[in-house]
Design a protein around this ligand. Structure first.
Ligand code: ATP
Length: 229
């Protein structure tokens, strides 16, 4: 007997794949793409995703943990599986958010352009892609691999991050301004949340409380698996 050839391909988003398949190019699913190391997920990430979801009337937000983050190799702490599991735990009760394995299941270095191409090919025109990020990331976008191609695939939703300049309003360097002009960037407001994953890791290492900085489910997970200690 020949081996089965009809194994279902791993999905991109357990929650949204079918909804997107049922959408049409005339009324595409408005999908927020939110990539990060999420090492670990914290309340600033959730506030950012929620603010974008509300401000732009998105249909859903996909949180995409990086597998082998090219830019953060040196400061990579929990494994991809742990980071993904923490997202799943935190998002269990949030039906308009989902976590994707698309990057952690890919071998080798992670490049955002490869992920966005996979989304664009899989969903075709049934999903409109909105790239959600803090202003620190927005400023950096022109340096990413195939930035021009990323710019063609997404609309960037850029939130002010505490301690970082809002890219579209405050670039002084003419060069950087030109490089950013290839992107469609929509700035939006969010209440500043002065939290970072580095701060969370540092506080855990020092034995300090982090209960206001991360969702309860993430706190339980970190404790259970002894992460970041
Ligand atoms: P680290 O401290 O390890 O550098 P991080 O907290 O910056 O991590 P990342 O997973 O690298 O978290 O960030 C993913 C995205 O989330 C980036 O676009 C970043 O700008 C945004 N982001 C992270 N924290 C906040 C925050 N507190 N407010 C707004 N945006 C944030």
């Amino acid at each position: 007997m020949s081996p089965c050839c009809c194994k279902k391909a791993a999905g991109i988003s357990p929650r949204f794949d079918e909804l997107i398949a049922a959408a049409s190019p005339d009324a595409p699913f408005k999908l927020g793409f939110f990539g990060g190391t999420f090492d670990p997920l914290h309340v600033g990430h959730l506030a950012l995703a929620q603010a974008a979801y509300e401000a732009f009337n998105l249909d859903g937000v996909l949180l995409v943990p990086t597998g082998l983050p090219v830019r953060k190799m040196a400061s990579f702490h929990a494994s991809a599986e742990h980071r993904y599991a923490m997202l799943q735990a935190a998002l269990a009760e949030v039906p308009h958010f989902d976590a994707s394995r698309i990057e952690i299941d890919r071998e080798g270095a992670t490049y955002t352009i490869d992920t966005l191409r996979a989304l664009a090919e899989t969903f075709s025109k049934r999903a409109a892609l909105f790239f959600i990020c803090g202003s620190d990331t927005t400023n950096d976008l022109p340096t990413w691999k195939e930035a021009g191609e990323i710019a063609k695939l997404v609309t960037v939703l850029s939130a002010q991050r505490a301690g970082s300049e809002q890219a579209v309003l405050s670039q002084e360097a003419a060069e950087q301004k030109t490089a950013l002009q290839q992107f469609t960037i929509l700035p939006f407001e969010m209440p500043p949340v002065a939290v970072s994953s580095s701060l969370v890791r540092k506080r855990i290492q020092e034995g300090l409380a982090v209960e206001d900085l991360i969702p309860k489910a993430v706190e339980f997970y970190i404790e259970k698996h002894g992460l970041y200690g």
